[in-house]
Structures are given as C-alpha cells and as structure tokens.
Design a binder for this molecule. Sequence first.
Ligand SMILES: [Cu+2]
Length: 403
Amino acid sequence: MTKFINPGLTQTSRRNVLRGSVLAGAAAVTGAGALANQRRSPLPRMQPPAARFIEAEAQAQVQAEPADLSGYSRVKQELVAPPFAPEHEQVATGGPKIIEIYMETTEKLMVVDEDTGASVWALTYNGSVPGPLIICHEGDMVELTMRNPVDSVMEHNIDFHASTGALGGGGLTHVFPGEETVLRWKATKPGCFTYHCAPGGAMIPYHVTHGMNGAVMVLPRDGLKDVEGNPLRYDSIAYIGEQDYYLPKDEFGDFLQYEAAGDDYADSLDAMRTLTPTHCVFNGAVGALTGENALQAKVGETVLMIHNQANRDSRPHLIGGHGNYVWETSFSDPPLTGLETWFVRGGTAMAAMYTFEQPGVYAYVNHNLIEATLLGAAAHFVVEGNWDNALMEQVVAPRTFET
Ligand SMILES: [Cu+2]
C-alpha cells in the first residue's frame, strides 16, 4: 500500500511510515531516524545537511572527554505504574547518585472508554499511560536502559525535557524493535519535567498522543521549600498524566478498531489535524482515577499532585480544595500559594501541594469543564477523617421556602 501522507514532501509506504522516517526534512529538526538510517539501508536517506548535523553530534560525543563519575554512587530506582511514585528521599542523603532505571517501549491495545468502545494502540513506556514517574535530585544523573521489544512494530526514542543536549537525548536513543540503548544525563534544573517519544516528523505528535509521555521530578537536594525557605514535605504523591487522544471514527461516528499498532496512522493524522481531541483523560482512560480507582487520602495528609501534559495546555482544579503551594515552572522559584486553579503549559509537568482539611470526595479536574465531564479529564480523591464545621456547615438543609 502506498499513500501520500504528506503531499508534496515525500511518497511513502506503510513500512517506512512505521519506521518514523517519513519526513526527512522534519526528522532533521529532531534528529529522528538519523542513526537508524545508517543501520537500515531500506529507509529513506536523510537530507545531507541533516545527516551531517547528526553525524557531527555523534562524533562530538565520541571525541569529547569522558564524564567524571567520581564521587557518584549508583542506585537502582524501581519504576512503578501511575498514579504511584517510586521510592525516593525528599531530602537527599549522601553525595550525588547515578540513578539506574529501566524502560521498555511497549505497544499495547488499551480501552480508552468502556462505554463507547473507544480503544487505542497505545505506545507506552513500561506499559502505562503516562509512562512511569522518575524521581531524582538536582546534581544526580539518570541512567536509562531502554529496550524496544522484539515484537514491537515501531521505532521509539525519548526526549527528556529535564536533560541538556542532543534533543533531550532524543537524538541518541532511537531503538528499533529488538534494540536497546543506554543514555545517561545530569539533572541540572530542579522541577517537574515531561519526557516523550520523538521519532521524527509527524510521528512525534502521533507517538505523544498515543500515550508515549511521562514525567521526571528533579527535587532540590534539600527538598521543597516555601517562599521563606521553610521545608515543605508531602505524605504521598498523586501522579496524574493528562492524555489527549484523537481517535478516528467511521462515517457513523463509531470509533474505529485496528489490528495492530500503527495501522491507524493515516486516520489518526486526519483526526489530529482537527486539533480537537476525542478524549482528554487522566492516566490513560476514562475512569482510570475515579470510583474504585479513586486516589486515597486522610484529613491532615499532604499530597503532592504531579500533573503531566506533553502536548496541550491544561488547568487543574481540586474541587473543594486548593493548591496550597504550586510550582508551575521550576523548583528554583518560590511556589505560588493558595491557588484555586493552576496552569499546565502544554509540554510540561508541574506540581501542586495540598493538605486535606475535610473528609469526602474531591474531584480533581481540568477546569475546562467540557473536557472534564465530556472528554474524561476527571479524577477523585476519597478523603477519610472528621468533618470540621468551622470550615463548612450546612446551616439549613435544602427545603421548600414559603411563598
Ligand atoms: Cu515512540
């Protein structure tokens, strides 16, 4: 099957679409596919300037001095599925560390909405949407071993917004099915950062909007602080990845089903061009964090809500609560305080801290309420504890008034 996916640019077939190297020019922007092209001759050749750019980058690394790793100790971080966070220290002890993590680029069919039958061949890190939360401290190094399973269809890589150089590592981590790579980068900026797949051209938003994104939290070595420098500590983390999906429909408005990852590529591009998502969900699917899957807390507990959105702006609001401390950007800057709704710039992760004061069910929503209620961007916190009438009391229950 041959299609013009991008009229006027290049003719392509399903095979090289799946390789992510369709748009030689666009790929050059991200460096995507360059190293892969050197390994796999059937792929379209990079345009000479792009190839030179990538080769120069690779050469620069080879010719540079080796990194001085003295003074670092090595630790393994076991990554866990969202909404949970890996074991970590809020205040770093000892010297800087090389934190070893492992990810697989798993492609899997996931139900997005049971009620409508919407599903997606999700492209994932470690099988979850979002990918796992990684936590380190400023000055640590993250050393990722990333493996693309043999039975994958696609090429993948990873761009860490927290890192410096080589397109966030995207230019150095392209792995075809059956390949693995190891990337080490230093966490120099404290804050929450997104990471995502970026294999080149239109494959970048295709992979990102199929779930291939997640977050890194780089804590200050001495932990989080308020504006006066007083320590701020949390009891738990709620890691929420907001995912916009653009799922193709048939002429009757029913969601299309596909046999394998990548089969929806052309249809998805048409849906993506509308810039109108069919779903905005938390943690991969409608209801992933509500009902039986609701987040749990107790009155008096402090929760750090980490919100990742790799592609689109969002505006979280905790209904019935607040953002006591909100870091929309960096942990280097003092947190905003007492917010009703905060902002997630598309292409970032951020953090908001709240200490629950009343029991009950709190909805955590994207306060574009259409997206929250019709497209799926809602989570629940179920909070146990004793009610405080000083904060709120139903003085008169609803009753009919006399006319
Ligand atoms: Cu990918």
